[in-house]
Design a protein around this ligand. Sequence first.
Ligand code: FAD
Length: 461
Amino acid sequence: MSKPHIVWLRRDLRLADQAAFHAAAALGPVIPVYVLDDETPRHRRMGAASRWWLHHSLEALAKELEAQGSRLILRRGKAADVLAALTQETGAGAIHALRHVEPWWRMAEKELAKAVDLRLYDGLYLLPPGSLRTGGGTPYKIFTPFKNALMDAIGDVDVLPAPKLSAPESWPVSDKLSDWALLPTKPDWAGGFHEAWTPGSAAALARMEAFKAILGPYRQDREMPSIDGTSRLSPHLHFGEVSPRQLWHAIAGMEGQGPGFFKAELIWRDYAANLVQQFPDYGARSYRDGYDDGLWRNPDTDDSAAADLAAWQQGRTGYPIVDAGMRQLWHTGWMHNRVRMIAASFLVKHLLIDWRQGEAWFWDTLVDADYPSNATNWQWVSGTGVDSNMFVRIMAPLSQSEKFDAGAYIRQWVPELAKLSDPYVHDPESFHCRPRDYPAPVIGHREGRERALAAYKAMKG
Ligand code: FAD
């Protein structure tokens, strides 16, 4: 029998349109392996919400593999060491994997390639990060030219079918998923997650099919938190249960603004990876100089900043739209994009707290927590990124709430305000109808704005 080939899985947990599976299956029996790696140094350990998703996603993939006589082997430890040892143990011919852009995975790939025959393929993005270049030969920094270049380059998109896998003569031992303790127990805070999500490839494809029915008005509806108008595919995309090229392929031929705007959102995801390819520490420091020293109030040394950060995290800022978003996040592991922008801007500008505090909270609580997308969006909102909104353009959360008709959304997520109708629900403080059990605003809009502008001016010297 020919040598087995290992497929190393990370956030590419699918069989279809997965080039590593495809290549390995063509060469011999396949050993699919997931390594839970908390040891390779990384910007932050995988968050709790991601661990919940990972558990269910691995379970779904294992079932899919078992249905065709294969298995998912689970191991724990430093990925490069574990995989090198497993290659020896199984006599595998090579390891096949999709190329990842996160700096810690790039480091692990480099290390592993020194020890074994590691074959890397593209497949996490529409096009390989770093492959698009400006006329001057440099990678893109600004979104719109990047998007135009991608639209020009992508052409017709084909996707790979799921391969038929054959089993090795003997299987290496596997950890038990339940021993990894990825799920919360005391307390089990994931009740709302179960209601909101079904991880796994089959559920991702079903969600895409359902979304096609509401893609027509996506351009307008995606801005409205009270409407279920977006795909909610982000965690499925993050874990690679579906590839962006599969989504692109699925809507090929659909006409209109809805599909066009949806494609543009998928391109934002590629754009974020393209930035992290260029600036690996984009999630750890402000791209623009000066912002990391002196601008922010520091919750580690300033009690009032610590209290404000806690109020933001718990959804008790007294700004209904912000609180609704933060509570949706806590309850379901996801927040509407418009509200992410409002809540992030509020933390960074009204509360003058470093975006990295917000990035860390999102990292722990989002089921779609994604190093490139989280970093790029936080830096964009904060005005610290390569291509970003200016710091001095300060979003007004109360008028954003009215403009995007968030009344029903607030009533859903902030029960203290469930009885308030529009327009009162957007700003109960100014209308003098704030219920006693709902907090007063942690800071007034004008006061927050002026403090942010003064701090910015002082930073600029
Ligand atoms: P849809 O509107 O259906 O969009 C389809 C897909 O396009 C999304 O699933 C996502 O993969 C991609 N996409 C859409 N908008 C963006 C964007 N602005 N940047 C990058 N990709 C995008 N998205 C993440 O996937 N992970 C994160 O950690 C993350 N952190 C964010 C932090 C902040 C402060 C902000 C403002 C946005 C963040 N986003 C992040 C982007 C965006 O909010 C989510 O991708 C989107 O809300 C997911 O919902 P959806 O799948 O219904 O999106």
